[in-house]
Ligand binder design. Structure first.
Ligand code: ADP
Length: 169
């Protein structure tokens, strides 16, 4: 006699609950693109369990680089920084998740790659502050500001990853 199939019930609070979801702007800088590190860097955030909501390869105009880094305008390295960021295509990303801003900063590591812990992106993949391969927003407010700067309306996607119920209880 064939067995009756058992019904599995999976509770999906993720579809309804309003958790404190943050968003952050992550960017593979031109050196990361030139060195073939795009897949590696995206992979770190994917594996952690954050949700990608925006992604594009983009040649950044000078004005946008200056606006993005406007808080550093008075620093002596500012002109070099603008040259660096506009020196080739970057990969722009928007990532979403609970605690994603601080967690992404940890995954990225210290600004100076020689000080960055092994296991972090900069700690594993870079050797100099002026070529530190990746950017990550430093606060939820800046996350929103930077995603607004780098992405147009219609370039971001909202979706529910299939893994959602397996990531959070
Ligand atoms: P982070 O990117 O870790 O948030 P900051 O906001 O302090 O660091 O600086 C922004 C970027 O400016 C750095 O990631 C790096 O590319 C560049 N930068 C910062 N300090 C220096 C420096 N002393 N010399 C050259 N470039 C620098």
């Amino acid at each position: 006699k064939p067995r009756k199939p058992t019904k599995t019930h999976i509770f999906l609070p993720h579809l309804v609950a309003s958790m404190e979801v943050e968003e952050t702007y992550i960017m593979v800088k031109p050196d990361g693109v030139q060195r073939g590190l795009v897949g590696e860097i995206i992979s770190r955030f994917e594996k952690k369990g954050f949700k990608l909501t925006g992604l594009k390869l983009f040649q950044c105009p000078k004005e946008l680089a200056e606006e993005h880094y406007k808080d550093l305008k008075s620093r002596p390295f500012f002109p070099k920084l603008i040259n660096y960021i506009t020196s080739g295509p970057v990969v722009c990303m928007a990532w979403e998740g609970v605690g994603v801003v601080a967690s992404a900063r940890k995954l990225i590591g210290s600004t100076d790659p020689l000080q960055a812990e092994p296991g972090t992106i900069r700690g594993d993949l870079a050797v100099q502050t002026g070529r530190n391969v990746v950017h990550g927003s430093d606060s939820p407010e800046n996350g929103k500001r930077e995603i607004g700067l780098w992405f147009k309306e219609g370039e971001l996607c909202q979706w529910i990853p299939a893994q959602a119920p397996w990531l959070r209880e």
